[in-house]
Design a protein around this ligand. Sequence first.
Ligand code: URA
Length: 200
Amino acid sequence: MGEMEECSVTECTRCPELVDSRSQIVNGTGPEDADVLFVGEGPGAQEDTEGEPFVGRSGSVLDDQLRTVGLDRESVRITNCVRCRPPENRDPTTEELSNCRGYLETEIDRVDPDVIITLGKVPSEHLLERSVAVTKEAGTVEEVRIQGTPRRLLICVHPAAMLYDRSQEDTFNETIAHAAELAGVEGSEGGSGQTHLDNF
Ligand code: URA
């Protein structure tokens, strides 16, 4: 079983393969009362080394666009579906996702964000509990119940997609801009964003 303090898992040995492949548990980062919560797939090599999500090349892509839309990395919460690095960066298995689900749900519950942005296919499908064609559905806002609470979820392509397919750049950038709008960031496209919140 695992142990959790606030939003952080301090000890967990539920996934034998991940216990072998990780060097540490990578918890979410950012304010525990952030308006915006990004959910990635799982830690990569750099994240495993540093103990923080999205600090590698995908992280730079994300940070650049966050800055552009006036959402500083320091003001948002960033976490992953699984907190331990899968071997050779393979996708987390259904069992690993489900083992880590409770930690993610606790984090969502505590942070209570205005909007959850799922980065890529794995987190989108995990939280929406259906198959998702991310490239096609990116930018779509959906309501989903998580632990009984309705949550607003915005589907986004994974920032790593930009590293090998520049054609996804506009979709990614527009989705992050939309996230800023939904969170009511001053100066983001569409003004205060409050109207969007009311209209949702
Ligand atoms: N990709 C992810 O999905 N999560 C990270 O933390 C880093 C890269």
